[in-house]
Design a protein. Sequence first.
Length: 351
Amino acid sequence: MKNKAFFIGFAAILGVIAAVVLVNMMMVDGPVGPDGKKTREFKMLDSTVENLMLNVFKSPPPVSNHGKNVDRMIVFVHILMAILFVGWSLYFLAALIKFNSKTNPKADYHGVRSKVGTTVAEYGVILVEVVLITCFAVPLWADVVNEEQMEKIKAASKEGNRNGLELHILAKQYDWNARYAGNDGRFEKQALRFANKVDNPFGIDPEKTDVDDVIITTARSKDNAIVVPWDRPVALKMTSMDVIHSFKVLPLRVCKDCIPGLQLPIHFKVNSELLNDKNGMPAKGEDDEHLFLITCAQLCGDGHGYMNGYLKVVHPDKFDDWLETKSRAELEKRKAAKIEPDLAANISSSK
């Protein structure tokens, strides 16, 4: 009996390994990731995935490099759940009919003597789940929260050629805020004693005149949207000022919790080849803009349903011009705000 159990267990492990290896062999090269290497994708059922996501789940096409892998995972899990629902429902109905009291007036305490069918079904489900976890879920999760890639993006954002962008997202009831490093390439230090929900959520010293960080507060309007470039990796550092929120941009396939006291990472890259205008035609000109809705995917209070914002995707050159202009304006505004009180004080003392 022990030898039989050992043989079955050993065969099951070999079967799982063989299935994982087989699925990996069926994968092909995908888009280039933030690390400069091509990703691996399972494209055999892409037409089915696209059709289900568009027509059944009513989801817009993904525009980020990792978006299709998210769609594959969603569809494959739902297909598995649908098969299990139908299969076990039929099995349940068959059991009710076959083992009802009329056809079996005398109870049989031995139960089912042949368990081959149910055993094969159970091990088959386990096999599929292992393949989904090892070949799709874990690689996807490891890619979007990869700390090494995050550090590379942050390092690239500090270089003069701007091969990456580091962006800080701060959620609060009930709006979204963002902070960019200015023209000096560094983020100003934050202090809790300066932070407030009205005009300084990031807690930057209001007396400092050399701060050029670009702050987007309450990105609820299209004219005050959070701006990111396409074809450039973006590293997000996310937190919350009050309760748990969740930053979700559906076309980017980005959804990440914002938790007070934690700075949680995630990164993405908008692929310009996946961006289309309203007519479905590629739109990649320098003047093209693409607005995506930001929603909160975590119940956060009475105003949860109104916690919306906008994320604008633009040409990298246009983004660089926008960030440089905003940074310069922020620096001049701080210097002017400092000069006015000093000037008023001087006039008062001269009197």
